[in-house]
Design a binder for this molecule. Structure first.
Ligand SMILES: NC(=O)c1ccc[n+]([C@@H]2O[C@H](COP(=O)([O-])OP(=O)(O)OC[C@H]3O[C@@H](n4cnc5c(N)ncnc54)[C@H](O)[C@@H]3O)[C@@H](O)[C@H]2O)c1
Length: 429
């Protein structure tokens, strides 16, 4: 890849000596205002065998413009400090997220943590998110946003009132192919959307893994720590988000079946929801954790009046388009030609520039996290220098998107209690 010379934009007030011309790759041209100081991130959760923190922290460090500097990694203060001391690079350890937030609350904006990343089980999302916003720290929070709609509404209202950036980690929006699929569908290239099948199928909970004490399984099957739905909350919310992100349509009504196949479990491990869409179309949002052999089989099929789009997370470098009476078109990340007879000539340049490496050099899960953090960084930097920012959900899920995920789960639970009767979704907050 060729390197290009561009003038780097600096924060107001930085010394003239720093006003330099930097050589950066197109990786860094994708919306970041490169500044002298990397953004500082504090972790909430991530110690002792934790899972998703590791993909996040790789994504945070991807560009050199963000770094993890602190963490409250475990509920027990002593273990939290030990885990921070054992972190693979130096970070400031705190005994609790309360301590970490309080230590930063009074600092000048330049010195305090720029954002916290919440990677705790679902029942420990609301409290640190709320406290961080009140301390003037931006929040990037794992999904589902929180346990229930009361908490979710509180988070949306506080983020709006205080004007603090808030993102939700719906990982798969970070694939370039998801963003390209969004462009194709919202530009009307498939015609009107008639039918969507958004599915997330796994098999890792096909047995009572939680009985072995397996960490990730244990809290996911417990309603007090996971919320009102197991499988639906954990991965059904990703399937809903992918549908909404790509199509721009809302689910207006649901008819939900929430099954528990593995005996002794309190929450669903299989989740099937027939949906009415805001344009009159229909959709299936389905998820399962008991389908042996399916690893992370997440995908979406969107059928419109002119064609169908297929995307699968396990092959996330490409999108397939079916058009009537034509051979299939396969679009690879980084290798698309506007004006090819399907794509218009005016595909946005910033979308085309977003891949980090040329086609054929694979991107994947970690790149998706990096793209989310890169986009969040851009909004946090804008906020930090006092400029207006607009989290519109086009680059990562907003707190309102998180709210919609929680609303979806609550509406599905209501429908399930009425034996799958059609039930209206709230319109939004
Ligand atoms: N976006 C994705 O693709 C994705 C994938 C997996 C998990 N997740 C979400 O990420 C979150 C974490 O999931 P996971 O699988 O990594 O869980 P995990 O059990 O592997 O890790 C959770 C971590 O939080 C810590 N923790 C719990 N309470 C704490 C507290 N009070 N203070 C500090 N740390 C605390 C635990 O000790 C552990 O380190 C969940 O909300 C889950 O839904 C998202």
């Amino acid at each position: 890849m060729s390197h290009e010379t561009i003038i780097v934009e600096l924060a107001p007030g930085l010394s003239g000596a720093l006003k330099t011309i930097a050589r950066i790759t197109s990786v860094q041209r994708t919306g970041i205002h490169v500044m002298a100081k990397p953004l500082n991130v504090g972790l909430v959760g991530g110690g002792k065998g934790a899972f998703i923190v590791h993909a996040h922290q790789k994504g945070i460090h991807f560009d050199g413009t963000r770094r993890v500097v602190a963490g409250a990694l475990f509920p027990d203060p002593k273990v939290a400090l030990e885990e921070a001391a054992a972190w693979p690079y130096p970070i400031k350890g705190y005994g609790s997220y309360d301590e970490m937030i309080a230590a930063n609350a009074g600092l000048p904006a330049d010195d305090k943590l720029d954002y916290i990343l919440i990677v705790t089980p679902n029942f420990v999302h609301y409290d640190p998110a709320m406290k961080a916003m009140k301390a003037g720290i931006a929040v990037f929070c794992e999904k589902p946003l929180c346990l229930n709609l009361k908490e979710a509404s509180g988070l949306v209202k506080t983020s709006r009132k205080l004007g603090v950036p808030f993102g939700v980690a719906h990982t798969y929006l970070g694939h370039w192919t998801s963003r390209f699929a969004r462009y194709i569908v919202r530009r009307g290239l498939l015609g009107d959307v008639r039918w969507v099948d958004s599915y997330y199928i796994q098999g890792w909970l096909a047995t009572r893994l939680e009985a072995t004490g397996q960490q990730q399984a244990s809290w996911r099957v417990d309603p007090t720590r996971a919320g009102a739905s197991g499988c639906g909350g954990d991965i059904g919310t990703h399937a809903l988000m992918q549908l909404r992100y790509v199509t721009g349509l809302e689910v207006t009504h649901v008819a939900a079946q929430m099954e528990t196949f593995v005996e002794g479990r309190m929450l669903d491990d299989h989740f099937t929801v027939y949906c009415r869409l805001s344009n009159g179309g229909k959709a299936l949002v389905r998820a399962s954790q008991v389908c042996i052999g399916h690893k992370n089989d997440f995908g979406i099929a969107i059928a419109g009046t002119r064609g169908t789009l297929l995307w699968r997370q396990e092959e996330s470098e490409r999108i397939t388009i079916h058009l009537p009476n034509q051979p299939d078109r396969v679009y690879w990340r980084g290798a698309v030609s506007p004006g090819d007879g399907f794509l218009p000539k005016d595909v946005p340049a910033d979308l085309l520039a977003e891949p980090t490496i040329p086609a054929g050099h694979s991107e994947g899960f970690h790149d998706a996290f990096a793209r989310l953090h890169r986009s969040f960084e851009s909004d946090v930097r804008t906020w930090k220098v006092g400029r207006p920012f607009n989290i519109d959900g086009s680059k990562y899920a907003s707190v309102e998107d998180g709210w919609m995920g929680v609303a979806f789960i609550e509406t599905c639970v209501k429908s399930k209690k009425k034996h799958g009767a059609w039930t209206a979704m709230p319109r939004g907050i």
